[in-house]
Design a protein around this ligand. Structure first.
Ligand code: BMA
Length: 366
């Protein structure tokens, strides 16, 4: 199985290197005086141009496998000695004024960790599993096929959506470093919309209505003067360029072309994971190069690391083959023992992870 997977990766890699030549930035960025968001863009471009990939982990320093809320901890740090370069956070709950997000991470703690991650030279990225602004059902409630239309095509819905979006915009505006400068971040709204597990998924939204979600989100951010966000577009697996771009809101809305693709089915699932990740990320990287944008593997993972050498045998070949600037794996839940995507001390996947960490392709926070 392993040999098959590697053979697929090698074949796809040679195909991809032929078609996704790494691009030089259009012009040299002055990273000392440019706006924080341009400095962030330049960092991601330079990682790509050097053939390197920043490693990220969701909710990394606030909880992990069998611990919650401690200070100064991180499963990644405890396994390899360094924090991830990218920390992903989820803003679900912020739209309702909750004190903690949907996974019980207090927003004040999150903010402290965002500032700390920025201060140590790291990057912060955000997903948003929001509740429906009109009906208040959670992101996974898919029964209402008019869920998106009601928000973007009625004045009542639009007002509710704008209120939710404004809460996120205000949160980003409030992220400042110790010198009072805004911290640049990556925002990845309306993600995995090509699937059907969120109320903004393709079964519950026309193409035009989905694009309106982006337009309204962006117009509220612009109205509030949010200038510290890079926008990431992240469908689920797509088997063609047409599928990938079907709901793409437009170059004026997107800075990073991503994809969220998980490894299912243990070793048996490895060839499918390689095929889907390489195909979808191949499209993302090609389109990013063509449009002068960045590409990223915005979400991935193999739950429970049931393939113990997953980091070196699966993830590393993929991110080495496609010019993505960063890769983010999902969370290590503290209250669900099987729900983890990064190793924790003592887990059998640690040697593979440490090898991944030591590989010259990967970048952690230092
Ligand atoms: C899912 C799982 C859930 C979690 C949700 C939002 O993938 O991790 O346990 O509540 O994401 O973060």
């Amino acid at each position: 199985m392993k040999i098959t997977a590697i053979a697929i990766a090698m074949a796809a890699a040679s195909m991809l290197t032929a078609s996704c030549a790494k691009q030089a930035p259009a012009e040299e960025q002055d990273t000392t005086t440019s706006a924080p968001v341009e400095q962030l863009r330049a960092r991601l471009e330079s990682a790509r141009n050097e053939g390197k990939v920043l490693f990220g982990h969701h909710d990394d320093p606030v909880y992990g496998h069998a611990w919650n809320g401690d200070e100064g901890r991180s499963d990644v740090l405890e396994v390899c000695g360094e924090y991830p370069a990218v920390m992903n956070w989820d803003l679900g709950g912020l739209e309702n004024g909750d004190g903690a997000n949907l996974d019980s991470v207090p927003f004040d703690r999150m903010k402290r960790e965002i500032i700390a991650q920025d201060a140590r030279g790291g990057i912060n990225s955000f997903s948003w599993h929001l509740r429906h602004p009109l009906t208040n059902v959670d992101s996974w409630a898919t029964a209402d096929t008019a869920a998106v239309s009601a928000l973007v095509n009625t004045s009542e819905g639009r007002a509710a959506l704008e209120k939710s979006v404004d809460a996120v915009a205000d949160f980003f505006l409030s992220l400042k470093n110790s010198e009072g400068a805004r911290i640049a971040v990556i925002f990845r709204p309306w993600h995995e919309h090509t699937g059907n597990w969120f109320w903004w998924g393709s079964a519950n939204s026309t193409v035009d209505d989905y694009k309106k979600l982006w337009e309204i989100t962006r117009s509220r951010f612009d109205a509030k003067g949010v200038d510290n966000v890079l926008w990431a577009y992240s469908p689920d697996r797509c088997n063609s360029t047409e599928k990938y771009l079907e709901r793409y809101p437009g170059d004026e809305y997107v800075d990073i072309l991503g994809a969220d693709i998980y490894h299912f089915g243990g070793s048996e699932g490895t060839p499918v994971y390689f095929r889907d990740a390489l195909t979808t990320l191949g499209v993302a990287a090609r389109e990013a190069a063509r449009r002068g944008k960045l590409a990223a593997f915005t979400e991935t993972g193999c739950e429970s690391l049931v393939v113990p050498d997953w980091y070196t045998e699966c993830l590393l070949p993929i991110i080495s083959a496609v010019p993505v600037s960063y890769v983010t794996v999902w969370r290590n839940a503290h209250d669900k023992p099987q729900h983890f995507y990064a190793p924790y001390p003592g887990h059998e996947s640690c040697p593979s992870f440490v090898e991944f960490y030591n590989n010259p392709v990967t970048i952690f926070v230092k």
